[in-house]
Ligand binder design. Sequence first.
Ligand code: SF4
Length: 417
Amino acid sequence: MPQFLLYLFAKIKKIILHFKKQKKMKEIMTVYYMEAKSARVGGRKVAWITSGGPVEPLIAMDVIPVYPENHGAMIGASKMGTGLCETAESMGYSSDLCSYARSDIACATVNGGPIGGLPRPDMLVCCNNICGTVLKWYEIQARYFNIPLFILDTPFCHVGFAEEARRYVRRQLDDYIVFLEQVCGRKMDHDRMKEVGILSLEGQRLWQAVLDTTTHSPAPMSAFDAFYHLALIVTLRGTQEVIDYYTQLLEKMKDRVAKGIGAVPNEKYRLLWDNIPIWHRTRWLSQKFASHDACLVADTYTSAWCGTMKYIDENRFFDSMAEAYTRIYLNIGVDEMARTVLGMVDKYKVDGIVMHSNRSCKPYSFGQYDIQKIVERERGIPSLMIEADMVDERSFSESQVATRIDAFMEMIKQKRG
Ligand code: SF4
């Protein structure tokens, strides 16, 4: 067959695969939001929960979990963030407040955003293992909707994990169950909770396995693909749906590895992404790096949803949640964060790090300059700092970022000779 026909065939196959992938995820998420929006008809309850919160008890109680942060990502990706942030600012909220919080607070009052607002919650579950912003944000929403709020307080782990912290969080998990039983008007089925725990852990293992396929060069997927596929491990962790989805995805990735198909054709440089994606520029960034034959093969963000598996005991899932939910990436000291990043640098064999200094997310961005120095000192690889915001486009200058990426890639190319 002539070369150009082979090329055309490969291109068409790639487009079909792409659409199949899109449809599957889109179908699942559409059904999920439709179910949540019509929860009352089916006699089910809806809980809004923070992205780092323990979702498994909700699943075990047949409550539909909804994530305002996930919604924030959708708002950012559909470029509706700036308008909603401006609405929040006109309501009196500071432009320094996290743009997920600003867009969610504004969205609730106008039912805006790409899906016409989130389903109305019956309760709120807030865990401060990701930041302190969520405490005030969820209090505002609890007042606005006049619904009960449960706060799980997870102490910051500067080093290690103290026994007192374990007891403190573990006791609150019991309170969490009492809270759910009161709001739902029925008892928790502890056997069901165990089943959900097993499914949750299995989902995390599969997600990690999917991410690990990029240790292969060329990487069969990029961090930009991981940002897309992440939605299920966040929203439906603890369900069979997650297992089925990631089992299929893992097979696909293994197949690409076997055939030597890379996310970036001619992958020459491998990079690590740090911080939340710049949702309104993922496509642009992906193309920009690909134009330098660079693939972002891993990231600290999507790996956070399987990063604490080592603390989970499958046979005592509920008890071990205390440690697993407290020691997540955003709730540990900078030294431990740097160790995680160094581990990823080695595992994925990257040539450099791209750090998104995110105006919105202070806990993610504060330690970045220290981590940058540690990585440069320990591994001698360069890093690039991009100043932006995950949702609010006003903090992004395309020309400035393009120039910095070009300069950074020049440095990496020279280093590689
Ligand atoms: S400040 Fe960061 S961790 Fe907190 S809600 Fe915003 S994006 Fe999430």
